[in-house]
Design a protein around this ligand. Sequence first.
Ligand code: FE2
Length: 335
Amino acid sequence: MICLGIESTAHTFGVGIVDEKARILANEKDSHTTVEGGLIPREMADHHFRVAPEVVRRALAKAGLGWEDIGLVSFSQGPGIGQSLRVGAVAARALAMKHGKPLIGVNHCVAHIEIGRALTGCKDPLVVYFSGANTQILGFESGRYRVYGETLDIGVGNLLDAFGRAMGLGFPAGPKIDEMYFHARQYLELPYSVKGMDLHFSGLQTAAEGLVGKVDATDLAYSVMHTAFAMLTEVTERALAHTEKKELLLGGGVAASKALRKMLGEMCQGRGVRMFVPETSVCVDNGAMIAWLGLLAHQSGGMRQDLAETAIRPKERADDVEVTWLGNKYKGLTA
Ligand code: FE2
């Protein structure tokens, strides 16, 4: 079976086509960006609405397939921004009904995990998922991906983007700040906020924005990243110690950061843990991961498969989802 998956949780409208061996036949996308100001939900939805037909067409052309070859349509049901999610859901429903295909809504965070597992070959990893809106440390235990630690306010990507805007770097600022990380001369002390296994980034954001223009820009960029990533590394290390997992899988757009990979990589090396980083095209939001999770969930009878159950779920968490496709495979699972 071949699945066409639609991603539209935030600024990216993506369409991926994947087969049962996790071979990515197409992974097309169009992302909404702005030069200044934040990402406005209505503008993102307008963007998705405008580009949807063309991205679907491009994905099928890239895969060299027609609708007769597609056996399943999947889409990101949540979590995400309501207006953006709704465009993907409507597109998926319309295509499934028009072409007579089964339809399945899947969880975006779990999709990041599963595409990472499929493409890197890791089996039972602790997962660090960090993007604009999300920052979570997850792992499989007792039939679900449990959340061991997470941000209590903004995602680490939003921190870097907001800071980047204050520095006049535009959006997305992450790659530019990441470059600055390796050229700084000194660390400037900034608020470090870990509460148990959870994180806060908004205090760090406020302090950093207040220093823009008053201290060396490169030193400040380095210090913001180093503080945020040290917080993440601390919580990740504690989760590894608690779960005794021997693999670490990175996912989400911030996984592309060389600075972050360096810090987490050094921690893993010290603990004898293997770190897995999927290539950036599947770390960022993309349709291929939605297609792959669609196949896994559909074939194991999981998630929502009736049209009536395909309403969007903007607040759905990874740990709301029953992981039907892993069965009894890993430790900790109760029958
Ligand atoms: Fe994401």
